[in-house]
Design a protein around this ligand. Structure first.
Ligand SMILES: *Cc1c(COP(=O)(O)O)cnc(C)c1O
Length: 381
């Protein structure tokens, strides 16, 4: 039987054992509704408080009530952008974002455009990076929000968020960052970054799919997202996904403890993979920034090789990776991220993304490069 080598951790990660263990009581005997007044409900509410505190600590937030639980990273992005836009519509209707954002951000902006808002989609450099100067230059009298991702989900490039937030704040503009790829993997401190809104998602750091959070700095104008029973201080109604929230709290706590060591280990593994790929695959090119990138992201392109053919052959050999984001991998259009970085359509169709996790071993990475080299040699003939 083929052993699976899973190198698609930017798409989703495995729920870790400690996280599942923390969750199980809340799916079984501790099943109370956190809004109920009797003991079972109060215990559930207490578990929510603990998870909120765990996220607060991990992000360096000032108050636990700056953390709002959501249904996923996509919801956090939708809420942050449309919520801030609607709350500030009397002040202005101009939003600044970048061309390389996740579709959760891009499509929310597109929807706002049909609703009377104007959006500037900033260009990026050849590494996929947004410059603070470009943000500063795009700010207008009626700009209300800047939304730039912390780290790109396809090429792993990290943006200078603190500088971008500073540029926004100097003009009195709110700052949101989609940090879904970064939380649990690199150090995030909302005070150092100076952001007002920050999105994260549980399944990108070893908790279940279908749970996320939005950090909202105290005093940030933002409309409520879901109308209903008044959960999450009236801003995001709906009975909380208790077990998953508990799991996400535990996962962020564990990730924070291991962050420094893991980031170091994965950075070394990343560099090793790139070096090995260059030795074994003639003409291979690294997409994205050479150093300012996520520890566990390697995005390669091999001239004359399409992602589609490579992915199919890698899958046959038990290696799971991706061409770009999981969401666009099934679509026919080339990656908007790679196109914005200035790649030709043909080049963009050749990208292969390998993303690591705490479970990724050196042996797996070596086997993946070796297999890819053999596939490339065979297919390029
Ligand atoms: C995965 C991802 C999202 C979406 O998160 P979901 O929880 O899957 O909805 C948003 N932004 C980025 C950068 C992502 O990588």
């Amino acid at each position: 039987m083929l052993i699976l080598i899973y190198l698609d951790n930017a798409a989703t990660t495995k729920v870790r054992a400690e996280v599942l263990e923390a969750m199980l009581p809340y799916l079984q005997e501790q099943y109370g509704n956190p809004s109920s007044v009797y003991g079972l409900g109060r215990e559930a509410h207490h578990a929510l408080d603990i998870a909120r505190e765990q996220l607060k600590t991990a992000l360096g937030a000032k108050l636990a009530r700056e953390i709002f639980f959501t249904g996923c990273g996509t919801e956090s992005d939708n809420w942050a952008i449309s919520g801030a836009a609607h709350a500030l519509r009397q002040k202005g209707r101009h939003i600044i974002t970048s061309k390389v954002e996740h579709h959760a951000v891009l499509d929310t902006c597109r929807a706002l455009e049909t609703d009377g808002y104007e959006v500037t989609y900033l260009d990026v450099d050849c590494y996929g990076q947004v410059s603070p100067e470009a943000v500063r230059a795009a700010i207008r009298e009626d700009t209300i929000l800047v939304s730039v991702m912390f780290a790109n989900n396809e090429v792993g490039t990290i943006n200078p968020i603190a500088e971008i937030a500073q540029a926004a704040h100097q003009a009195g503009v709110l700052m949101h960052t989609d940090a879904v790829q970064a939380v649990g993997h690199v150090k995030i401190d909302v005070q150092e970054l100076g952001v007002d809104l920050l999105s994260l998602s549980g399944h990108k750091f070893h908790s279940p799919k279908g749970v996320g959070a939005l950090y909202v700095r105290q005093g940030t104008p933002i409309d409520k997202y879901m109308h209903g029973g008044g959960q999450e201080r009236g801003r995001r109604s709906g009975t909380e996904n208790l077990a998953s929230i508990v799991g996400m709290g535990r996962a962020i706590e564990l990730a924070s403890q291991e962050l420094e060591g893991e980031a170091q280990r994965l950075t070394a593994l990343r560099e090793e993979m790139i070096k090995m790929a260059r030795q074994k695959i003639p003409g291979v090119i690294l997409n994205g920034h050479p150093t300012q990138r996520l520890p566990g992201n390697v995005n390669l392109r091999i001239p004359e090789l399409t992602s589609e053919a490579a992915l199919y052959n890698l899958d046959m050999m038990g290696i799971a990776c991706s061409s770009g984001s999981a969401c666009t991998a099934g679509s026919l259009s080339p990656s908007h991220v790679l196109m914005a970085m200035g790649l030709s359509e043909k080049e963009a169709r050749g990208a292969l993304r390998f993303t690591f996790s705490r479970y990724t071993t050196r042996q797996e990475v070596e086997a993946a490069v070796q297999t890819l080299a053999e596939i490339a040699q065979r297919l390029r003939k």
